[in-house]
Ligand binder design. Structure first.
Ligand SMILES: Cc1cc2nc3c(=O)[nH]c(=O)nc-3n(C[C@H](O)[C@H](O)[C@H](O)COP(=O)(O)O)c2cc1C
Length: 400
């Protein structure tokens, strides 16, 4: 879908993630913007995620001219042009009709990997078919063990290279912005709800027209193949039956039944990272779901060193939650992450310009990484280690 002049001009005004967020706020109805932007309860964890990165400072080395810093890396034998993946985000058809397919194509054209959500707006098969084979699949426990097993088997058949099992959604969290805005995945697309939301929808006619043209999708596309009548289910229909969050027994099953890498997403302690490793998993994603689940959980960058120390020599440690700048990526790598995932920044880009908007945000991260490395005198992401960061007490390099 080519951008019109308005969209092109608007994207060109985006100098950083804050601009993208501000413009996305003007583009999306309040309930939809807040669904993306918000966290749970007091949003303390969400704010700490970004603050945690800001609190870290570099120890740059001078007198070194780095023409072209090396950003590429390898994950499970697959080469990535940048150590940045797109995080699995559900509900993206609310943001833009091209949704997950736009994200998968943008990530593939940059030479990196997208992680398709179980809660995607398109079926996992459609996403895999949309772009070259650079897909991982994020797994929820929809419709109990049987539903989860069917998702794994479908992901296998569709050629997904890795499975990322999300373990931090035991129950729906208290995202108060959603309650206030009357937004819930239990709502139906019907006249009564349209009326209720009309004060928020009326000022966004372009979004509304696009959403209506798209058929007002509000369900979980992956579940269509799991019901008798082929009609997709809504999120609460799943939640009512059982938790969506796989347990360690489920993860053991996934490990035994999927040949490729298995990663556990939502790990925040050394204990859980060891448990994942001992079950034979290949990686962990240090994540608090972008501050959207347990408020009071630590910022991920705070607990990264503990997890790297526990399992970093045996499994791949990835991180997400709060990555906003290229410099944040470098800080996570310096503390031992192999790569990071970004969530909200690319979703804002999607709101502004579909696939082009996602590409724009990913390119911006890449350009910021390059510039920061040149200013640090660091020629390769593989050289990053704790000596590139000041210790919290600011009296010397971070301890290894
Ligand atoms: C709109 C939205 C939807 C999300 N949906 C999912 C999901 O379906 N599965 C999942 O594992 N994580 C989901 N997440 C969490 C992200 O994968 C990721 O952990 C988080 O966004 C990273 O934090 P950041 O947004 O600060 O970059 C979602 C996040 C957002 C913002």
């Amino acid at each position: 879908m080519a951008l019109n002049t308005f969209q092109r001009t608007r994207l060109a005004r985006v100098l950083n993630y804050q601009d993208a967020r501000r413009l996305a706020k003007r583009t999306l109805p309040r309930a939809v913007f807040d669904y993306v932007d918000g966290g749970s309860e007091d949003e303390v964890t969400m704010r700490r995620n970004t603050q945690g990165f800001r609190d870290l400072r570099f120890r740059p080395r001078m007198g070194i001219w780095v023409e072209e810093p090396e950003l590429s890396t390898t994950l499970f034998g697959q080469r990535l042009s940048v150590p940045v993946l797109t995080a699995p985000c559900g509900g993206l058809r609310l943001i833009h009709p091209a949704a997950d397919i736009a994200v998968a194509c943008a990530a593939a054209s940059l030479g990196t990997i997208s992680v398709a959500s179980s809660a995607s707006g398109f079926s996992l098969e459609a996403i895999a078919a949309s772009s070259p084979d650079r897909h991982w699949f994020q797994l929820y426990r929809y419709l109990g063990r049987a539903g989860m097993e069917s998702l794994v088997n479908r992901a296998k058949a569709a050629g997904y290279q890795a499975i990322v099992v999300t373990v931090d959604t035991q129950v729906g969290s208290k995202r108060e912005r959603n309650f206030r805005n009357g937004f819930s995945f239990s709502m139906r697309v019907n006249a009564a709800n349209a009326l209720k939301l009309s004060p928020q929808l009326a000022p966004r006619p372009f979004w509304l027209a696009r959403y209506v043209r798209d058929g007002m999708p509000f369900q979980l596309a992956n579940t269509a193949a799991m019901t008798r009548d082929g009609a997709p289910l809504a999120l609460p229909e799943m939640g009512r039956r059982e938790s969506n969050s796989p347990t360690w027994a489920d993860i053991a099953w996934v490990r035994q039944n999927f040949d490729g890498p298995v990663l556990v997403k939502g790990v925040l302690t050394a204990e859980d990272s060891r448990r994942a490793r001992d079950l034979g998993c290949d990686g962990v994603v240090v994540s608090n779901h972008g501050g959207r689940q347990l408020d009071g959980a630590p910022a991920t960058i705070e607990v990264l060193p503990e997890i790297v120390a526990a399992v970093g020599d045996t499994v791949a440690v990835l991180l997400d939650s709060g990555v906003r700048r290229g410099g944040d990526v470098l800080k996570a790598l310096a503390l031992g992450a192999k790569a990071v995932l970004v969530g909200r920044p690319y979703v804002w880009g999607l709101a502004l310009g579909g696939q082009d908007g996602v590409s724009y945000m990913l390119e911006m991260l890449r350009a910021e990484m390059t510039r920061s490395m040149q200013l640090m005198g660091c020629s390769s992401v593989h050289d990053l280690d704790p000596t590139w960061l000041l210790r919290a007490a600011s009296s010397g390099p971070q301890a290894g």
